[in-house]
Design a protein around this ligand. Structure first.
Ligand code: NAD
Length: 356
């Protein structure tokens, strides 16, 4: 296969972790006889410094012209003083929206070798933990009408949360299809006891569930889901939810797996083009010191192989290589524990690439 990727290293540890993911993709290309080439594009703080805006038009164009996009992370203290719409993080919302990436997939997988890093009692995660949160990404309250107005108590801010049956069904379908390839269970999370948009969401999910009789389906209120995630996370296979609920629950789920440096994500739209990135940020506190864990970015590259390029064996080879280096005891500082071998960012990337 020949594939063309847009690569956005971004800020902070972004360039360091992207370099390791590209090293692993090159190893995949060599081993399986593919050709991957890359266009490097600017986004975030480095784009503000270079051209005065966080998401240059040239970057959007480069992404649209690619088979897929791999992103490191954006942001940092240098740009913290800028107004909201000029900040590096605007590049992420802009890219998701420009590329029509409505579905965010965040797997939360607890590796046996890292089970010590999980903050829950072992009894809650015995036998492993493997769930996916499917979050709607370009609708809901983050994209609704907002503003300031004079209310009963003076000036107030307001944000609007709206979901159509179309949007719920579109993201629901992603969740049901994913469940079919996994343990065949979907939990739809909403707040239908209070919110009207959740009632529209829930009715659309029920209708969709009829088309997937082979998949077990349940509704859950978001407050209960937050509790169940720490009480009994093994009950979940695929959780599907709106933009803000998904934002919050996916951070909670990621913490159960112990390290933010381990978790990948994929943002997908109607076609095969997607954007793949670790769930963590640019970690300015450790940038340039060789301390960053590149595994979340390497696992994001594995998701890219699976979902955008249809290369399931190659994706499994990357995931297997990551598991193998963890079992071998290699650890970056964020996942270090007694008796293991400390490695830096580059050594971790080398070790994964060598096992492909
Ligand atoms: P962060 O995720 O960058 O860092 C939180 C903590 O986790 C830090 O102690 C950091 O050192 C550690 N960490 C993160 N990734 C790591 C890795 N791969 N290996 C080892 N340790 C790692 O979150 P933050 O500090 O709140 O934000 C820093 C900057 O990143 C901010 O400007 C924020 O806006 C931005 N941010 C960007 C994204 C993104 O690009 N998708 C997401 C979240 C935050």
């Amino acid at each position: 296969m020949k594939a063309h990727l847009a690569v956005i290293p971004g800020d902070g540890i972004g360039p360091e972790i992207i370099a390791e993911a590209l090293k692993v993709l090159q190893a995949v290309a060599r081993r399986y006889g593919h050709t991957f080439d890359y266009t490097q594009a600017l986004a975030g703080g480095c784009a503000i410094d270079a051209v005065g805006e966080p998401l240059p038009e040239a970057t959007v164009k480069a992404c649209k012209a690619s088979d897929s996009v791999l992103l490191g992370a954006v942001g940092g203290p240098k740009w913290d003083g800028l107004p909201g719409d000029k900040r590096p993080e605007r590049a992420l919302l802009g890219l998701r929206s420009a590329l029509g990436l409505f579905a965010n997939l965040r797997p939360a997988l607890l590796y046996e070798a890292l089970s010590d890093a999980c903050p829950l009692k072992p009894a809650y995660t015995r036998g492993g933990l493997d769930l996916v949160i499917v979050r709607e990404l370009i609708g809901g309250i983050y994209f609704g009408e907002r503003g300031r107005r004079t209310g009963r108590f003076g000036e107030e801010g307001y944000d609007t949360m709206a979901y159509s049956a179309f949007e719920a069904e579109r993201i629901g379908r992603v969740a049901f299809e994913m469940a079919r390839k996994r343990r065949k269970k979907v939990t739809s999370v909403d707040k239908a006891n209070v919110l009207e948009n959740s009632r529209v969401w829930r009715a659309a999910m029920h209708k969709l569930a009829e088309a997937y009789p082979d998949v077990e389906y349940e509704d859950m209120f978001v407050d209960n889901a937050a509790m169940q995630l720490v009480r009994n996370p093994r009950q979940f296979d695929v959780l599907v939810t709106g933009n803000m609920f998904g934002d919050i629950l996916s951070d909670e789920a990621s913490m159960i797996t112990g390290s933010i440096g381990m978790l990948p994500s994929a943002s997908l739209g109607e076609g095969t083009l997607g954007m793949y990135e670790p769930i963590h940020g640019s970690a300015p506190d450790i940038a340039g010191q060789g301390k960053a864990n590149p595994l979340a970015t390497i696992l994001s590259a594995a998701m890219l192989l699976r979902y955008s390029l249809g290369l399931a064996d190659e994706a499994a080879a990357v995931e297997g290589a990551v598991q193998a280096v963890l079992e071998q005891g290699l650890r970056t500082p964020d996942i270090m524990s007694e008796g293991c071998t400390p490695v830096n960012t580059r050594q971790m990337g080398d070790a994964v690439a060598a096992r492909i």
